[in-house]
Design a protein around this ligand. Structure first.
Ligand code: PBG
Length: 326
């Protein structure tokens, strides 16, 4: 039988070995970054209800979790801290005795090969829940920058390998870069949360990190979901300020932004597969409405296909387990 009327695309799909050979995109555990929420205390492991399988962890448990991740080839973690107390300036964000700083040094001690990245923001540390300090009801960009730099320096001092500012303040990358450099941390890279949208998909994270704004919203600093070109300006600005890596966040509803960024810029791109994306799949999976594992892998694959070099995902360990089964 001849088939000269149509392109024969199915010819290449008939054989499983050939399908495997022709894969255009392959996920690997080495490109995953696993976010963790650390709290003070010991032996604390508090489940986060909307994120089944994810917990708030004290430092000792976070160390165990890091070792478990490493067993499956996930060698990088992104730490968020929940402090003992909050105030209007988020003053505990740069305290060496706080959960994040303690977790950084404990993890580096227990597992020196684990690459430890810290989130640099004030929202978990301020009593009003905004990402910077306030001037009235407005988040004061200029006054926030030195506090972010101070926080980043405290993370570097604790042994962080990389810092990731997520407050969406203009100039935060530059402020952190000079702060790090002045303190002899010239070799610590900065991953900018460059194109960070004001997204409903952060809902579960704010429960996990206890960081919901007490009034208003984040629309005056995070980007509106309608914006595509503006994301390119944000990314360009971060690169100009010295970001070593840039990020698009969330990932799933912004795959076009990841794609466009990967075409326009040569700086490595991370994509954040955020809490709400995790919760959606987990909830539908638990209800038996979709196959959780396959959906998760399909989403991660789409992020990779869009052009992300690194994927920050709560599914890192689960996905790495699946990949190790082959
Ligand atoms: C803090 C921060 C947020 C996330 C990462 N860093 C929340 C926010 O901006 O409110 C969201 C991560 C997620 O949803 O998984 N600025």
């Amino acid at each position: 039988m001849t088939n000269d009327q149509y392109a024969n695309l199915r010819r290449l799909r008939r054989n499983p070995t050939l399908r495997e050979m022709l894969k255009e995109n392959r996920l690997s555990a080495s490109e995953f970054i696993y976010p963790m929420f650390v709290v003070n205390g010991t032996g604390v492991k508090t489940p986060i209800e909307p994120m089944p399988g994810i917990n708030q962890m004290s430092v000792d448990i976070a160390v165990e979790e890091t070792l478990k991740a490493k067993e499956f080839g996930v060698k990088s973690v992104l730490l968020f801290g929940i402090p003992k107390h909050k105030d209007s300036t988020g003053s505990s964000s740069s305290s060496q005795g706080e959960a994040v700083q303690q977790a950084v040094s404990a993890i580096k001690k227990a597992s020196p090969s684990t690459y430890v990245i810290t989130d640099v923001c004030l929202c978990e540390y301020t009593d009003h829940g905004h990402c910077g300090v306030l001037d009235g009801e407005d988040v004061d960009n200029k006054a926030t920058l030195p506090l972010l730099a101070k926080t980043a320096i405290s993370h570097a001092r604790a042994g962080a390998d990389m810092v990731a500012p997520s407050a969406m303040m203009d100039g935060q990358v530059a402020a952190i870069r000079s702060g790090l450099d002045e303190n002899n941390f010239c070799n610590i890279p900065i991953m900018g949360y460059s194109a960070k949208y004001a997204s409903a998909f952060y809902g579960p994270f704010r429960i996990a990190a206890e960081s919901s704004p007490r009034f208003g919203d984040r629309n005056s600093y995070q980007m509106a979901p309608t914006q595509g070109r503006e994301a390119m300006r944000e990314i360009a600005a971060d690169i100009e300020e010295g970001a070593d890596l840039v990020m698009v966040k969330p990932a799933l509803a912004y795959l076009d932004v990841i794609k466009e960024a990967s075409l326009q810029f040569d700086t490595p791109i991370a994509a954040y597969n955020v809490s709400g994306e995790y919760s959606m799949v987990a909830a539908a999976g638990q209800a038996g409405w979709l196959d959780q594992e396959r959906s998760m892998m399909e989403i991660l694959t789409s992020i990779k296909r869009a052009g992300a070099d690194l994927i920050i995902t709560y599914s890192a360990i689960q996905a790495a387990k699946i990949l190790s089964r082959g």
